[in-house]
Design a protein around this ligand. Structure first.
Ligand code: DGL
Length: 332
């Protein structure tokens, strides 16, 4: 057992999700997410307290489909506060998997501390046969205590894999290996608490935005493209007060002619438009089939629609200029 004085101090923030979920009967699919509190979760993981000095805190206890801007801002402020004290070496966050990638990406853009921030979730409830939460928590704590994790920005740890927020997405709804970071790849793996990195500690993408004094974020909406889609939805969202639009386009961020015309009009009225894609491994470049220079659109590159929305929300706290926003999509 590591010498108590040498152990790192990890503060664990619980937010709910399946990892805290309870099943009425482990032979059935039905369960309720966000049932158990963080102390119960930590005490259910054998050997966890040998890895680090752990403190737990329940920030919220919700299914992550109920995550919103207000909770993100509350979470980011609490992480900043914890990491600014010498008494905390790293933060681990337990979270539902449905919106885990957006929360992780949001935190990666606003947390300035070089100390590790690791997010974990699980695909099976805490009381299920083959529950994956305890191993994810154990490996997440091991990752958070690894000296080489510092300076790499926010990380995700699920099913023994270390993912970076910009590249990871939830690609499935069944297996414990539901998360994918293709084509960029994993940052490393964690096996029974042993951390192996696939890359040297390079310069993690610098955090890009300040949330000081903010208690809300600009509204940004996502439009999912499909054959024959009506452009009426664009008008409805503009009328509803959206501040920015993200297109989950077909192929490399494409959308039909009538929609392009309405989107171009939205840009002319001061509402930035970002072209992302509905495909599993998006890469949307500027001026391929769509003349972004002409319409004033932004190309999302490898960011999926959900994360493009997060980045556009934060970019809008600084500027509505398409050129400035494109720069953020190039580097954040
Ligand atoms: N309600 C979903 C969530 O909290 C459950 C999915 C999960 O956590 O794996 O994201």
């Amino acid at each position: 057992m590591a010498n108590q004085d040498l152990k790192r101090r990890i503060h664990v923030l619980g937010t709910g999700g399946t990892i805290a979920g309870a099943q009425s009967d482990s032979r059935h699919l039905g369960y309720t997410a966000a049932t158990y509190g963080i102390d119960w979760l930590l005490n259910a993981v054998p050997g966890l307290h040998d890895l680090a000095i752990l403190t737990g805190e329940q920030l919220v206890n919700i299914g992550s489909q109920d995550m919103d801007d207000r909770i993100w801002l509350q979470l980011a402020r609490r992480v900043d506060e914890l990491l600014s004290t010498p008494a905390v070496d790293a933060v681990l966050i337990t979270h539902g998997t449905d919106t885990l990638e957006e929360t992780a990406y949001f935190l990666s853009l606003v947390i300035a501390s070089p100390k590790p921030v690791v997010l974990v979730g699980s695909m099976r409830p805490a009381t299920a046969l083959g529950a994956d939460g305890p191993a994810n928590i154990y490996n997440g704590v091991a990752l958070a205590t690894d000296a080489r994790a510092a300076g790499r920005g926010t990380l995700l740890c699920l099913d023994g894999e270390i993912h970076r927020p910009r590249h990871v997405t939830k690609a499935g709804t069944m297996s414990s290996n539901a998360f994918c970071s293709s084509p960029a790849g994993l940052a490393g793996v964690v096996l029974a608490g042993r951390v192996e990195w696939f890359e040297v500690a390079g310069a993690a993408r610098a955090h890009c935005f300040s949330i000081a004094g903010r208690d809300e974020l600009p509204r940004v909406d996502i439009i999912y493209a499909y054959p024959g889609m009506s452009a009426d939805l664009i008008d409805s969202l503009v009328a509803a007060g959206t501040r920015g639009l993200v297109i989950a386009g077909v192929g490399a961020g494409n959308i039909n002619r009538s929609a392009i015309a309405r989107l171009s009009a939205a840009v002319a009225n001061g509402i930035p438009v970002v072209r992302s894609s509905r495909v599993a491994r998006p890469m949307v470049f500027r001026n391929a089939e769509v003349n972004d220079d002409h319409h004033g659109f932004v190309a999302a590159r490898d960011l999926n629609p959900g994360k493009s929305r997060v980045l556009l929300q934060l970019a809008l706290t600084v500027s509505t200029d398409a050129g400035r926003i494109q720069e953020y999509f190039e580097r954040c």
